[in-house]
Write a protein that binds this ligand. Structure first.
Ligand code: PXP
Length: 236
């Protein structure tokens, strides 16, 4: 059965909108763990648009499950990760203009460079996961880098519409998960999963953890609205 890793980036997005200290993604991580999350994910982007360096260092101290640091495979982030020593890093491509991670890592194109980064992390006992498109050739290339984990990009599945397209995208996830399992890789998946589309992905064999952020933070904001308003009225 797959477990849930909660991505707390969007708590930081709300904080950064006002450059205040609240809401704190570290507190959100603690609450997520208390609710049963099996891991916490945070993406330290090069432009620091949401998660800040301070968040990663404190998350490393307080997370009791496991911390998955999402990052671009660039020297600045590698140096931070080696200093923080998270349980796992998930390497993702990063484009400055994108609203969120748009595609998987082009592993075949960057195999040698990624293998060197993986080896560096391995020497520091940090597990490495590569965020890849659901493409068998990318799965094979990921294995060749020495990474022990992959995260299958579920965004194509999440964004597809119509029964045929949805089942095609789901089929790609199933095929890649099976192929990755045969290669001895651990398989996570995520991106764009929500309360309506998660069920089918949760049933895909061999997927160990689903990393979900936006839909959980969106629901938390609304489901907490009534009590937040009541609390403020009581004070007024
Ligand atoms: N996995 C990866 C690699 C991501 O980049 C993201 C988005 O930060 C997620 C999972 C979570 O996606 P979402 O916020 O759409 O649930």
């Amino acid at each position: 059965m797959a477990t849930l890793g909660v991505n707390v980036d969007h708590i930081a997005t709300i904080r950064q909108a006002r450059a205040e200290s609240e809401p704190d993604p570290v507190q959100a991580a603690v609450l997520a763990e208390l609710a049963g999350a099996s891991g916490i994910t945070a993406h330290l982007r090069e432009d620091r648009r949401h998660i800040q360096d301070r968040d990663i260092y404190i998350l490393k101290q307080v997370v009791k499950t496991h911390l998955n640091l999402e990052m671009a495979p660039v020297t600045e982030m590698v140096n931070i990760a080696v200093d923080v020593l998270p349980y796992m890093v998930t390497l993702v491509p990063e484009k400055r203009q994108e609203k969120t991670t748009e595609g998987g890592l082009p592993v075949r194109e960057r195999e040698k460079e990624l293998a060197e980064i993986v080896e560096n992390f391995r020497s520091h006992n940090i597990l490495v996961s590569l965020f890849i498109d659901p493409d068998i050739n990318e799965v094979k290339a990921a294995k060749k880098t020495g990474a022990t984990h992959i995260e299958l990009h579920t965004g194509y599945y999440a964004n597809s519409s119509g029964i045929t397209a949805i089942s095609e995208e789901l089929g790609k996830l199933k095929d890649c998960a099976m192929a990755a399992n045969k290669l001895g890789l651990h398989i996570n998946a995520g991106h764009g999963l929500n309360y309506r589309n998660v069920g089918s992905v949760a049933q895909v064999d061999y997927i160990e953890e689903l990393n979900i952020g936006h839909s959980i933070i969106a629901r938390a904001a609304l489901s907490g609205m009534e009590s937040a308003v009541r609390d403020m009225i009581a004070l007024i």
